[in-house]
Design a protein around this ligand. Structure first.
Ligand SMILES: *Cc1c(COP(=O)(O)O)cnc(C)c1O
Length: 391
């Protein structure tokens, strides 16, 4: 019994990487053993020797992620940040990378404060599509994309970036951080990316109770290099965390679909609200890259993240975000529970105001992570918070 190539996402989410053990357990047990018996020197009984190198629960999760990203190979790490670190560690000294400007803060920090110390230099651009040809240098080895971006939800055409980069130098790697969509809404490898990375802390685990990262690729040599680093660096997830995330994966399609449908409804409401001056949501036909959304996202779904500018400035943003009943004021995203935050003073508080505003992060911007509560209850909560904030 195994998966067929024609099996669809939901079937793969439930069955990929899942095995029945010797006892017939329908859900595989958590394998805590750090070491595995060998029958003779250098002859392990099974596939495993030592749990940093590989562990049954991590292997199951890696297989599931590979399947959902239409990839041959998956790797799991102790966090999304560790995943980023290992990808960038794989670059030779003296390399150059090009990254979208409003990349995740931790990724920006790694590029500018860690990778540079290892001789990897990065150029950031807020206009990747137009500027890429002039930014690629002799030593450019990698292009880093995040789509949608955080928190203004700008969309990048992965296929166009991959074609442009590869026409200059076919060896340039295209890396896509797909955290905000999850593999259910988009599969970057289908559009020419070489590596897709995720903070599984967000949608893939989806229950706000594990920090973990994953990547997937179809390139065997690249996989072997990254797997070597996974073991050499040792930033691996525990068996328990791997097991929990694999459990989260099994409902990914249900959670992300519901969050996305609710977000659509809420974004449409916000667009017509007298309290709102602007809405960023990829599922709205008015989004500036809606044509790319239609190509790159399943059923043109916009995902579970919305940001909007509230009328009344920072004060209104603060009042609104302290007045919700169901939305919890907290950083992070992608869980079953709805969250909200004010990026200018929370997740993006460290960025100078001018630079922040250049990418659309104004003091009155509120970011919503839509959970899977009843969508009418969420909508009522937003309406209620608007009236409290405007009083
Ligand atoms: C959270 C996040 C990360 C970092 O992941 P951790 O699991 O927190 O280390 C990277 N990229 C994006 C887009 C994220 O949202």
């Amino acid at each position: 019994m195994g998966l067929l190539p024609t099996d669809k996402f939901a079937t793969k989410a439930i069955h990929a990487g899942s095995h029945i053990d010797v006892h017939g357990s329908v859900i595989e047990p958590i394998s805590l053993s750090t070491t595995f018996k060998q029958s003779a020197p250098a002859q392990p009984l099974g596939e495993y020797e030592y749990s940093r190198s590989q562990n049954p629960n991590r292997k199951n999760l890696e297989d599931a992620i590979a399947s959902l990203e239409n990839a041959n190979y998956g790797l799991a790490f102790s966090s999304g940040s560790a995943t980023t670190a290992v990808v960038l560690q794989s670059l030779p000294q003296g390399s150059h990378a090009v990254s979208i400007g409003d990349v995740y803060g931790g990724t920006h920090r790694y590029f500018t404060k860690v990778a540079n110390a290892h001789g990897v230099e990065t150029t950031f651009t807020n206009n990747l599509i137009e500027e890429l040809p002039s930014l690629v240098k002799e030593n450019t080895k990698l292009v880093w994309i995040e789509t949608p971006t955080n928190p203004t939800l700008k969309i990048t055409d992965i296929e166009l970036v991959a074609k442009t980069a590869k026409s200059i130098n076919k060896d340039i790697l295209i890396v896509v951080d797909n955290t905000f969509l999850s593999p259910y809404l988009s599969n970057p490898l289908n559009f020419g990316a070489d590596i897709v990375v995720h903070s599984a802390t967000k949608y893939i685990n989806g229950h706000s109770d594990v920090v973990l990262g994953v990547l997937a690729t179809n390139d065997k040599a690249l996989y072997e290099r990254l797997q070597f680093l996974q073991n050499a660096v040792g930033a691996i997830p525990s068996p328990f965390d791997s097991w929990l995330v694999h459990r989260g994966v099994k409902t990914l399609h249900l959670r992300v679909r519901q969050a996305s449908l609710s977000a659509q409804k809420i974004a449409e409401f916000l667009s017509s609200s007298e309290h709102v001056s602007a809405v960023n949501y990829p599922g709205l036909p008015s989004h500036e890259n809606y044509d790319v959304v239609k190509k790159q996202h399943r059923e043109a779904l916009g995902g579970g993240m919305i940001s909007f500018r509230i009328k009344g400035g920072a004060e209104a943003a603060s009042k609104f975000s302290s007045s919700t009943r169901l939305f919890t004021l907290a950083e992070s995203l992608g869980g079953i529970e709805s969250l909200l935050e004010v990026p200018a003073v929370m997740t993006h508080g460290g960025i100078p105001k001018e630079q922040r505003e250049a990418s659309g992060v104004y003091d009155d911007l509120i970011r919503l992570s839509i959970g899977i509560e009843d969508s009418d209850d969420l909508l009522d909560d937003i309406k209620q918070a608007f009236s409290t904030a405007s009083n």
